[in-house]
Design a protein around this ligand. Structure first.
Ligand code: UDP
Ligand code: MG
Length: 318
């Protein structure tokens, strides 16, 4: 099979007939063998009944239904697991992305051998309250992930080589960072394609302003997990040892300074150690340092017991 189109959806009943018939048309015109996987993320507006109807009319349409709303990442993850096409395309259900982009996306994955092509909504049709934070979000993500050639990480329209979707795990709200997940998994040929973006035709957006806060926290955890999950001691331990040593050296200094004043300069009224501000800094540094070290140690024990501690991405064997 050439293409699997994976579509997460939550209460998008009005869009579905138009979307699926449009995809259908594009696939037939280009003679692709394909499947459309509609993942219903716990809709309660009759989306599932619509999917049932559509899949009866078209054998290439499949539906997967969550019992409740788990979020877009979960829907994508399940869709990825089910996908059988050599190229997997994801798109939003709200008709903001155009299926006409599919042939070019497919060509770039198969002919130009990209692992992942991410859509870039160069000209957006969204309110300014969304476009400005999105710019910021993309800049920060670009910096932290080192994927410098992407402008729009969170675009719903993306294309993947099959191996990519089978080897990454999208959970929580990580759908915003799929290129980053792919990069950590070793799929580094990541490209971009300018795509058209349309205003939402039916229904309302499913994400509020809270997305930006959650998004940033997710970025931190992705970054941290990607870099240190397999070796937490290197992160906590180094900071801990550094802090502890700073404190320890300061204490030695404070004590010798005091002894020096008493024994050598015979200054019996020299200030108490506790009157030296450095004393408190040293105290805090020693305690914090010790705690950081312990955190690293405990995290190391946890990761030693993690079932996937020895999961590495193997590309080929001969
Ligand atoms: N979506 C989903 N589960 C959710 C929220 C959203 O499957 O909990 C789907 C939604 O139906 C749409 C896509 O994710 O197909 C993108 O959502 P939306 O268009 O609301 O986001 P926006 O375009 O405003 O970023
Ligand atoms: Mg949308």
């Amino acid at each position: 099979m050439d293409i699997s189109v994976v579509i997460p959806l939550y209460n998008e009943v009005e869009s579905l007939p138009e979307l699926t018939s449009w995809i259908n048309k594009v696939m037939i015109e280009n003679r692709f063998s394909y499947e459309i996987i509609l993942v219903d993320d716990g809709s309660n507006d009759g989306s599932w009944e619509m999917i049932r109807k559509l899949s009866q009319a078209n054998q290439f349409i499949e539906g997967i239904r969550f019992r409740r709303n788990y979020g877009k990442s979960a829907a994508l993850n399940v869709g990825f697991a089910a996908a059988e096409g050599n190229v997997v395309i994801t798109m939003d259900a709200d008709l903001q992305d155009s299926p006409d982009e599919i042939p070019e996306l497919y060509r770039r994955i198969t002919e130009e051998k990209y692992d992942l092509i991410s859509g870039w909504k160069a000209k957006r049709h969204d309110p300014i309250s969304k476009t400005v934070p999105t710019k910021l979000f993309n800049t920060v993500t670009r910096r932290m992930s080192g994927i410098h050639n992407l402008h729009d990480f969170n675009c719903g329209l993306k294309a993947y080589r099959k191996a990519v979707v089978k080897n990454i795990e999208v959970y929580g709200e990580m759908h915003r960072y799929i290129p980053v997940l792919a990069k950590w998994a070793g799929f580094t040929k990541i490209g971009e394609q300018i795509v058209e973006h349309h205003p939402r035709k039916y229904g309302v957006t499913k994400f509020g302003m809270i997305r930006f806060i959650n998004g940033f926290l997710d970025l931190l955890s992705i970054f941290f997990v990607g870099k240190f999950a397999k070796r937490p001691m290197h992160f906590f331990g180094s900071m801990g040892v550094l802090s502890f040593l700073t404190g320890f050296v300061s204490i030695i200094w404070i004590i010798s300074e005091k002894l020096y004043h008493i024994n050598v300069l015979h200054d019996d009224n020299y200030r108490d150690a506790t009157e030296n501000p450095l004393f408190y800094i040293a105290l805090v540094a020693i305690i914090v340092g010790f705690q950081l070290f312990l955190t690293g140690f405990v995290a190391e024990l946890v990761s030693r017991n993690a079932p996937e501690r020895n999961n590495y991405q193997i590309d080929e064997k001969i």
